[in-house]
Design a protein around this ligand. Structure first.
Ligand code: ADP
Ligand code: MG
Length: 691
């Protein structure tokens, strides 16, 4: 069970059923056959005969059984579950959950139903699995639903639910929530008279109470984390920087927008204030977050401490490094660059310098959080494109210093509910405007067969001295077919539609040196077209790029496409973004893409993505999973989250009740690094990626 993250009885008790089955009344096979298409039912049957068929199509097996419930007989088939057949002995009783039909050549049989085998002799256990509304669990570490149900029944019977309730009584009363033991019992073994619709929607009082509890504990833990951080003094030495804001800003080639100015005032206040900063800087693509990061880094280094900027891709690290190096040339600050791969002499020297106490400024990728990297006096850690990192990585970078200031930046604006749970331990600051003089980006959605108009635009841009990106999805860096598509396109376009133009190709598998050279050539304008995988998704900033073509746009999320689209429209010339999708794309998918045409507001797009694809997709694979939540779903349960938030605010202004604080620490302490400040050894299980 530990393998599935279940370490305590309470972990087991909060294992959420995937669904429930009403076994107080089974339907007959005849009734099942009359259900409307797609509606599933539960029925109790006995096996008459069964056999296993192997088809000529390689690898496909069919398990076929004739079952009866006394009234009629039906045929049941399971595909590719050959092991079933040895259980399906004549006379064996089964519970099936499914429906008749489902297409194919045999529309009249029950296909791939879920099944529970009843033991030959039910004995005393019958009342656990039968004759009531029973929970069906997700397969957990190899335990079947039936085994889990038995375990939970035993645990509850043994009084396991009687542990102290972390929620204060007055809260339960005010929110009209049931007490914990009763709620846990009803979660797993609902009363017969429970409303099935309510149960399925996770809105019975018991479910509400447990969802509420889980969210309240999370919010309480985040509150404790914030508090802990505010109390802890900085552990690094800092001289008050002599530089005024004006002097710092003089390194930038432009003056700040009003939004940037406001954000900088807040961040500068934190940096000059007495307690360590922990801030999320949020702003739509191309609003100019880098400028704020530069000012912060500069202030830290001028104060005599070390500062680091971590970014998710090498390509972006190179860009930031080059830019910082150029802007700070007159400041006397040298900017180090630390990338992954085999350590070079330069990298070794840089690491030695970082381990010392002299001020320094480094830009790097994940290489910055490797075990062998030490900072002697890290004062400020900045993380760009935070949504590409996990929380553990954020903590690990901060853990390289002793309570350094932390600034994390993201262009994926996420709905409040998500931000609350995901970044709830950070203070938020936003940039809502954009640098002046930006021409809008037009978005065209075209099927692949009409790609010619996109290529025409690329040729037009090149003729006008501008540049273009052509992006291929590479969902999985190791999937070679995706990579091949980008490489092939590079060759085909160069010989065909874009013959005569200067094309470059970058992807994650190229040797770093080649990739760097190509990026540099594109940035400098020597290359007119950059064919790329999604390595350019975040951060890349080339002003002369005015055309972006995205291939297989249907394979991207809206937020991701918005990020990609942000690669153009960075100068003052109008830009166009072509989203090419495969021919014959369904209506729904086309509609999804068309949202991009309607709005360029990252917020709105993120909300749409959240609705359509769920939180995991929106946050990106790295932050995937249910964020470690067991019962709650922040999209479905947004309204409960809101209640929990109100209550958490009220509770925490006074002193948090001890039981609540304790339970919050127990549940979320480890993933959030509670009680360890910025310690680096925050163990986050690989199975859950906790907020
Ligand atoms: P993002 O917020 O997406 O990281 P960047 O920091 O890359 O955006 O900024 C996008 C572009 O806007 C860059 O080319 C940058 O130089 C430019 N920029 C940023 N701030 C300003 C400003 N105040 N005035 C003019 N240009 C700006
Ligand atoms: Mg950026």
């Amino acid at each position: 069970m530990a393998e599935a993250g279940i370490l305590t009885v309470d972990d087991l008790l909060t294992l959420a059923p995937r669904r429930y089955e009403d076994r107080s009344r089974f339907m007959t096979l005849a009734q099942m056959a009359c259900l409307p298409a797609g509606v599933k039912g539960t029925t109790l049957v006995e096996v008459r005969s069964s056999r296993l068929l192997r088809t000529r199509r390689r690898g496909l097996t069919i398990t076929r059984a004739r079952v009866s419930d006394g009234s009629t007989e039906e045929e049941v088939v399971w595909f590719n579950q050959p092991y079933l057949v040895r259980h399906l002995t004549p006379g064996r009783r089964l519970i099936l959950f499914g429906c008749v039909g489902g297409g194919g050549r045999r529309p009249d049989c029950i296909q791939n139903p879920e099944m529970e085998l009843l033991p030959q002799d039910e004995g005393a256990e019958a009342s656990v699995h039968m004759g009531r509304v029973v929970p069906i669990y997700p397969r957990t570490a190899g335990f079947s639903s039936r085994q889990l149900r038995r375990l939970l029944h035993q645990a509850l019977a043994a009084g396991a639910a009687r542990a102290p309730d972390p929620l204060p009584v007055e809260l339960l009363r005010r929110r009209e929530l049931p007490e914990r033991p009763a709620a846990l019992r009803a979660l797993h073994f609902p009363a017969d008279k429970v409303d099935p619709a309510q149960l399925a929607a996770r809105r019975t009082p018991a479910q509400r109470r447990l969802i509420y509890e889980e969210l309240l504990l999370l919010l309480a833990a985040l509150h404790l984390k914030r508090q802990e951080r505010r109390r802890a003094p900085r552990g690094w030495t800092c001289l008050p920087a002599a530089e005024t804001d004006e002097e710092l800003k003089s390194y930038l080639p432009f003056s700040l927008t009003a939004g940037q100015e406001k954000a900088w005032q807040i961040i500068a206040g934190d940096l000059r204030g007495p307690t360590p900063m922990a801030r999320l800087l949020q702003g739509d693509v191309a609003c100019g977050k880098t400028a704020i990061a530069i000012l912060a880094l500069l202030l830290a280094v001028k104060s005599g401490s070390q500062a680091a900027l971590m970014v998710p891709t090498e390509v972006l690290a190179l860009q930031h490094h080059a830019r910082l190096d150029q802007l700070l040339a007159s400041s006397g600050i040298r900017v180090g660059l630390l990338l992954g791969g085999r350590p070079t002499d330069a990298a070794r020297r840089l690491k030695a310098e970082m381990a010392g106490v002299e001020p320094c400024l480094v830009v790097g990728t994940h290489a910055l959080i490797q075990r062998d990297v030490r900072f002697g006096n890290l004062g400020l850690a900045v993380i760009d494109e935070q949504h590409r990192f996990g929380v553990a990585q954020r903590l690990r970078l901060a853990g390289k210093g002793r309570q350094p200031d932390l600034l994390v930046m993201t262009a994926t604006p996420i709905p409040r509910s998500l931000a609350l749970t995901r970044y709830g331990d950070l203070d938020l600051v936003e940039i809502r405007d954009r640098p002046p003089g930006r021409a809008p980006v037009r978005t065209e959605i075209l099927p692949r067969s009409r790609a010619e108009s996109a290529w025409e635009a690329v040729r037009g841009a090149a003729a006008a001295g501008q540049q273009a990106y052509i992006v291929y999805p590479l969902v999985d860096e190791s999937k070679s077919s995706d990579l091949a598509a980008a490489c092939e396109a590079y060759v085909d376009l160069g010989a065909g539609a874009l013959a005569g133009l200067r094309l470059g190709l970058v992807h994650g598998r190229l040797p770093a040196r080649d990739r760097q050279a190509t990026m540099a050539a594109f940035t400098a304008g020597h290359l007119q077209v950059l064919v790329a995988t999604t390595v350019i998704e975040v951060g890349i900033d080339v002003e002369d790029a005015t055309v972006l073509v995205v291939e297989h746009a249907e394979r991207f999320g809206l937020a991701q496409l918005h990020q990609l689209r942000g690669r153009v429209g960075r100068g003052n010339r109008p830009s166009t973004c072509y989203l090419l999708h495969r021919d014959g794309l369904g209506d729904e998918a086309r509609q999804r893409l068309s949202v991009l045409k309607k709005t360029s507001d990252g917020f709105e797009l993120a909300r749409e993505d959240l609705r359509l694809r769920g939180a995991g997709e929106l946050l990106g694979v790295r932050q995937h999973g249910s964020m470690g939540l067991r019962l709650a779903d922040i999209v479905r349960d947004e309204e409960i989250l809101q209640e929990a938030r109100e209550d958490c605010l009220k509770i925490s202004t006074a002193d948090m009740p001890a039981e609540l604080a304790q339970a919050a620490r127990r549940r979320w302490g480890q993933p959030l690094g509670l009680g360890s400040g910025w310690e680096s050894d925050v163990a986050v299980g690989s199975r859950h990626d906790h907020p």
